[in-house]
Design a binder for this molecule. Structure first.
Ligand code: PRT
Ligand code: ZN
Length: 285
């Protein structure tokens, strides 16, 4: 397998989760101090630690083969790169917001208004698509204070919990883009590098699948066994073993994490006891 280079954020909201993902795939990273480039010790992967803003460009240029970055940056930078996979963490949205006491009656509001943002490319495209003619004021930090200091009528920025908007007296009026961390790739992936990427993805998928599922064990009176097995939405048919106490069986299976809460009541109603729910580390199907 040929070595591939993966760009991740050096320090910020994506860093820890990106590193967790790599570690969960069984890949050992050498340095705690995050020098610019660092090879993994047991997998043909080299990590580049960059500012998130620079990741799309570095993947387009081939400085990195793949990268982990927010969809918002992918859209904003608009480079020749593709999203290989959505990773499900660092979810947020890019939204338009205005002072909370100003009435809002639709996008038309923004005609002739000034909007402050650090995402001018996405905003310009969106306003054009919706035939809104606003003045985009590009600023790089603390966008949320722009309306209160008279710099703009509204803002276009990342929202997660919404508490930053609230504490700045703003209200979210339009959600323009929903974002999460994604794995992106460029055009440097030849056949050998693709094999390395496939192995990396295989490992990530095993971890992600495992995180969404639970191993469940329960004791069931034999008379209710058929009913209980019908309730359990397992991967395959569950394992059933007799208990030392006659008339009872132990049932083992794998179920989706959300499914568990939906069926727990039914399981108990059918006499299930001693229910254990255990996390799974890796799941290969
Ligand atoms: O230094 P570098 O350039 O690498 O980092 P950065 O400061 O540009 O980015 P960083 O680390 O703040 O965010 C990296 C990525 O995390 C973003 O590009 C998004 O994809 C994602 N993300 C997820 C967020 C948030 N959630 C988020 N809440 N990025 C920023 N925020 C900001 C938001 O703008 C608001 O000001 O956090 C503040 C709190 O949000 P609320 O709504 O929870 O109050
Ligand atoms: Zn950044």
């Amino acid at each position: 397998m040929e070595q591939i280079k993966l760009a991740i954020q050096k320090s910020g909201r994506l860093s820890e989760k990106s590193i967790d993902l790599i570690k969960e795939a069984g890949i050992k990273l050498n340095n705690g101090n995050r020098t610019l480039v660092s090879p993994a010790s047991n997998f043909p992967l080299e990590i580049l630690y960059l500012r998130d803003d620079d990741i799309p460009q570095s993947v387009e240029d081939g400085v990195a083969d793949i990268g982990i970055v927010g969809e918002n940056e992918v859209e904003e930078k608009d480079k020749q790169i593709q999203i290989i996979e959505k990773l499900g963490f660092s979810k947020c949205r890019l939204s338009l917001a205005i002072p909370k006491n100003i009435p809002y009656n639709g996008l038309d509001f923004f005609n002739g208004k000034v909007i402050a943002t650090s995402y001018s490319h996405i905003l310009r495209k969106y306003l054009q698509e919706h035939n809104v003619n606003a003045d985009i004021h590009e600023i790089s930090g603390s966008v949320e204070i722009a309306p209160s200091i008279g710099l703009a009528d509204g803002i276009f920025d990342i929202v997660s919990s919404g508490s930053t908007l609230i504490s700045n007296g703003l209200k979210e009026v339009e959600v323009v883009l929903r974002s999460q961390a994604v794995l992106v790739g460029g055009s440097t992936l030849n056949e050998e590098k693709q094999k390395t990427l496939d192995e990396f993805l295989f490992r990530i998928h095993s971890v992600q699948r495992a995180q969404k599922n639970r191993y469940i064990l329960l004791n069931v009176p034999n008379d209710n066994l058929d009913e209980v097995i019908k309730i359990l939405p397992g991967m395959k048919s569950p394992t059933v073993m007799p208990l030392a106490e006659s008339g009872w069986s132990s049932v083992h299976t794998v179920i989706g994490e959300e499914d568990f809460w939906n069926i727990i009541g039914q399981l108990k109603a059918h006499g299930a006891e001693g229910i254990l729910v255990i996390p799974i580390e890796k799941m290969i199907v």
